[in-house]
Design a protein around this ligand. Structure first.
Ligand SMILES: Cc1cc2nc3c(=O)[nH]c(=O)nc-3n(C[C@H](O)[C@H](O)[C@H](O)COP(=O)(O)OP(=O)(O)OC[C@H]3O[C@@H](n4cnc5c(N)ncnc54)[C@H](O)[C@@H]3O)c2cc1C
Length: 376
């Protein structure tokens, strides 16, 4: 065994999103010394709501964080599949993966989730540097020398690239991205929560699908998926008007909700990109996790679950292997098939929805959710 491969390892995590922060918490909790370099200087997250599915909540529960997320957000136990006027055509009970005491699902603002993760990471002793990234990495037989963008150098046992779908760490390793555009754009807006929005609502429109998810007592987030959308960037100040236009074909409750989309700063428009990196996710003592390795399309709402599960599995494998390389190999063996299945199914569902095959999309989606419900 290499003398540096003792139980307490020096870990540098690049990226302080869901994967990076949950990895920091899981690793610091096991006694590793953890630093996180997050590129965003103020780490601001505006306008974004997040759906935490059963598997996401179960993985957060593994870090002791499911209940704080439910308390700060909005617990949900049912999905209402509605028509274009917002009238329910079917209501589905969601499986209670954490037992009867806790809701199946939670809506939460991304800002609230980040606060919870940041507090938990710092309570465990992980150090977060914002406005910082990695400039250079040099691997030797017993460690990685990393130069950060502030010019300082770290000698660490492990580098984790948790820097999202456009991962710089992945680029530095020379691993190509597999993410592809599905010809869809998702629009999301934070809106006041209508009193009737106590569950996850989907609205089947004549052209596009939309939905509404409560994220607190006062707020919900609305989304609409635009099919065959142009990828060009639009001015931020136009986004609220344009999102209302897209929702203009809906009526009833949906139209009333759409009328409350007013603040362009609370609207985000993002292309649907998905793919799983086919090359190995690790080289020596550097590994990529989360969206950097496997980014699902939002239709399966599973990106957060996969990212948090990665963190739990990586921490477990580091704890049960004498050397870092074997732990990374074991990590990838446990994760690759599940992540591949979710990402490929998410692309299939996106394409079926885009082309109007909603019934088939629901069937494929349900099969994948059954797989995701299995423990990791
Ligand atoms: C608009 C939108 C809505 C979504 N909604 C949901 C949802 O409701 N439920 C769900 O489960 N999933 C959702 N997803 C998917 C989910 O957000 C991702 O799967 C998840 O965030 C992946 O976590 P991550 O940490 O790997 O990546 P990210 O969350 O993207 O985090 C990457 C982090 O790395 C930082 N970073 C990037 N480059 C560098 C660099 N060079 N150096 C340092 N830091 C860097 C970024 O600033 C960011 O903080 C959504 C995705 C989008 C785009």
């Amino acid at each position: 065994m290499n003398p540096r491969d003792d139980a307490r390892r020096q870990v540098l995590i690049v990226g302080g999103g869901i994967a990076g922060m949950t990895a920091a918490i899981a690793l610091a909790d096991r006694g590793h010394s953890v630093e996180v370099a997050e590129r965003n200087p103020d780490w601001s997250v505006t306008g974004w709501g997040l759906s935490l599915t059963g598997p996401s909540l179960r993985a957060l529960h593994g870090l002791g964080l499911a209940e704080p997320c439910i308390d700060r957000g909005f617990g949900i136990t049912q999905i209402a599949n509605c028509d274009a006027a917002g009238e329910a055509r079917g209501v589905i009970d969601l499986p209670l993966l954490l037992g009867p005491e806790l809701p199946a699902f939670a809506g939460l603002s991304r800002g609230a989730l980040h606060e919870i993760l940041r507090e938990a990471a710092s309570a465990k002793g992980a150090v977060l540097h914002t406005g910082m990234s990695v400039d250079a990495m040099d691997q030797t037989a017993d460690g990685v020398t990393v130069r950060l963008t502030d010019g300082t150098v770290r000698n660490v046992d492990l580098v984790i690239g948790a820097d999202g779908i456009r991962s710089k760490v992945r680029d530095m390793l020379g691993i190509p991205s597999q993410a592809e555009y599905t010809d869809q754009m998702v629009w999301r807006a934070i809106v006041p929560r209508p009193a009737w929005a106590t569950m996850l609502h989907t609205f089947a429109g004549p052209v596009h699908n939309a939905g509404l998810i409560p994220i607190s007592r006062d707020q919900a987030y609305a989304f609409v998926t635009e099919n065959y959308a142009d990828q060009g960037v639009l001015p931020q100040h136009e986004l609220a008007d344009r999102m209302r236009d897209l929702l203009g074909v809906f009526s009833g409750k949906v139209a009333e909700m759409a009328a409350t989309i007013k603040d362009a700063e609370l609207v985000v428009r993002r292309p649907v990109q998905a793919g799983v990196v086919s090359a190995p996710w690790h080289q020596g003592r550097v590994v990529i996790i989360g969206d950097a390795a496997h980014a699902p399309s939002p239709q399966l709402v599973s990106g957060a679950a996969l990212a948090i599960e990665d963190s739990l599995v990586l921490a477990e494998e580091l704890g049960s292997h004498e050397d870092v390389e074997s732990a990374l190999e074991a990590f990838e063996q446990r994760r690759r098939e599940r992540c591949r299945l979710v990402v490929e199914t998410s692309v299939q569902v996106a394409e079926l929805e885009r082309d109007g095959h909603h019934g088939e999309a629901h069937k494929v989606q349900d099969r994948c959710h059954q797989v995701m419900a299995q423990p990791i």
